[in-house]
Design a protein around this ligand. Structure first.
Ligand SMILES: Cc1ncc(COP(=O)(O)O)c(C=O)c1O
Length: 370
């Protein structure tokens, strides 16, 4: 049996006729930019995440960059984040003209080490940017305590974690702002690129909205040099429909993750992802660790099982950051994780038979290696 890494059609198919109906209506009205569906989605998302306001933007990268910029982050400032994340996390910092300060992940986790954050704070630190990687919440109590003690805003990179909970609260609603991506394969995905930021700080949200719309609050007055980063009406309407299904989709990912963890538990050579206490991950990705990751990946590929790597090259070793002079060995936890991680097939409605096929293939590989 072939197992795809992701099969978006299974989640979209049951909703397609409803989506096509609203899309036909928007096309009839030619309400492509700033149609009423955008406001409606922003309100629904705010209620869903339990914050007062959200602002839709063109993608998750802009959600981060415009939020940081609206917090006053700019040239000469520093923002602390991890090298164990997708490039856009740190890219957003550079887009504001600020400098990224990388710190390692905590041992045994995939998320930022609060102790390393504390040690990296300087008078230039203008924001802390933890990532809820793979949909597993970062250590928010410890991080919020540092942010509050130093009076530095904390922005949550929630691109991979829409719906995950930390001590009962949805992530993205704990820090000063949460930034989301609606890239098609994200837990709430759209038909193309999309993103949003969310906050209880209405001033901050309205600043992001202004910057995302060419720096204007009203049609003919430009307050600042902004950009064009709006969420399209067609996408907002589709996101409203899909938001209603998101809890069910996330629940189904939990079922799949639980089954993987149960079936993989007997294999000592495989490290399954841990669920931190008080957290409800939403398993955007189910990522195992294995010392011969590349061989295992190759073997699964030969069996028709697609896997992913998120992410094989730590950001401090990317050519774009060569100027920082951070060589190999700078962040040992991140560097060892990036060599061992393997993302297994994970998506809503992946079948039990597909998961068992993946685990059987891993089991055969391990037996052949012994
Ligand atoms: C952790 C993380 N941050 C930010 C982003 C940026 O989102 P987008 O692709 O919508 O710009 C992504 C998605 O690639 C991501 O995975």
């Amino acid at each position: 049996m072939k197992v795809p890494f992701v099969d978006l059609s299974r989640q979209f198919k049951p909703l397609l006729s409803e989506i096509k109906t609203v899309h036909a209506d928007i096309i009839d009205r030619c309400a492509f930019i700033n149609g009423p569906e955008v406001k409606t989605f922003e309100k629904e998302m705010a209620a869903w995440i339990d914050l007062t306001e959200t602002c839709g933007v063109a993608n998750g990268t802009h959600a981060l960059a415009l939020t940081l910029q609206s917090l006053g982050v700019g040239p000469g400032d520093e923002v602390i984040t991890v090298p164990n994340t997708a490039f856009p996390t740190s890219e957003s910092i550079g887009m504001c003209g600020a400098e990224v300060v990388f710190v390692d992940i905590a041992p045994g986790t995939f998320s930022i080490d609060p102790q390393a954050v504390e040690a990296a704070v300087t008078p230039k630190t203008k924001a802390i940017l933890p990532v809820h990687l793979y949909g597993i919440p970062a250590d928010m109590d410890a991080l919020m305590a540092i942010a509050e003690r130093h009076n530095i805003p904390l922005v949550e990179d929630t691109a991979q974690a829409m719906g995950a909970k930390y001590k009962g609260k949805r992530v993205g609603s704990i820090g000063r702002a949460g930034c989301f991506s609606f890239f098609p394969s994200k837990n709430l995905g759209t038909f193309g690129d999309g993103g949003a930021m969310a906050s209880n700080d209405q001033e901050l949200v309205s600043q992001v909205r202004m910057l995302a719309n060419h720096g204007r609050y009203d049609k003919f007055t430009h307050q600042a040099i902004g950009t064009n980063s709006r969420l399209d009406t067609l996408k907002a309407a589709q996101l409203s429909i899909c938001l209603k299904a998101l809890d069910e989709w996330n629940q189904d990912r939990r079922r799949a993750a639980d089954l993987y963890s149960e079936l993989l538990a007997p294999f000592a050579e495989i490290t399954c992802p841990k669920v931190p206490e008080g957290c409800e991950p939403i398993w955007h990705l189910y990522v195992i660790r294995h010392q011969q990751r590349d061989d295992l990946r190759q073997y699964l590929q030969e069996q028709g099982i697609q896997t992913g790597l998120h992410y094989p090259k730590p950001l401090h070793l990317q050519p774009a950051y060569a100027y920082l002079g951070l060589g190999k060995g700078s962040f040992p936890e991140t560097e060892s994780a990036t060599q061992e991680i393997l993302s297994l097939p994970m998506f809503p409605f992946i079948t039990e038979a597909e998961i068992k096929t993946v685990v059987d293939a891993i089991s055969t590989f391990l037996k052949e290696k012994r």
